[in-house]
Design a protein around this ligand. Structure first.
Ligand SMILES: [Ca+2]
Ligand SMILES: [Ca+2]
Length: 126
């Protein structure tokens, strides 16, 4: 896998990865402190980014994935301490969540969560 770093004023701002045929498979963006802010990935090989990772203060905060490749994200996953805590699934991209999955401390899916569906606003990591 090919890896290219881009610098501005001596700081790395962007890193691109290409597959053996030269197609872009991953772009990482960095802030002024050199911390990751965003990664976009083509995980399906169709040359379009389908998975996005968002970072806050260098920590993985959330990710979105377009599971059916039509350009709109179907799942959003929220993380705490790099471990997924909640996944919101909108199968048909109509803006209404179809399923919400909770994860336990080990990042395993909780079988019978007794919590009600929570709104998008309580996503702050501690
Ligand atoms: Ca989609
Ligand atoms: Ca839906």
């Amino acid at each position: 896998m090919d890896c290219t770093d881009f610098f501005e004023h001596g700081k790395r701002v962007r890193q691109e990865r290409h597959d053996t045929k030269g197609h872009l498979t991953q772009v990482s963006l960095f802030d002024n402190e050199g911390q990751l802010t965003k990664i976009q990935k083509d995980t399906t090989g169709d040359h379009r980014f389908d998975t996005f990772f968002h970072f806050k203060a260098g920590q993985l905060f959330s990710s979105t994935k377009d599971t059916d490749g039509n350009g709109a994200a179907n799942t959003t996953t929220f993380y705490r301490n790099q471990v997924p805590v909640r996944q919101e699934i909108d199968e048909n991209e109509n803006g209404t969540l179809d399923r919400v999955v909770f994860f336990d401390i080990q990042g395993q899916i909780e079988k019978n969560p007794e919590r009600p569906l929570s709104k998008k606003t309580d996503t702050k990591p501690h």
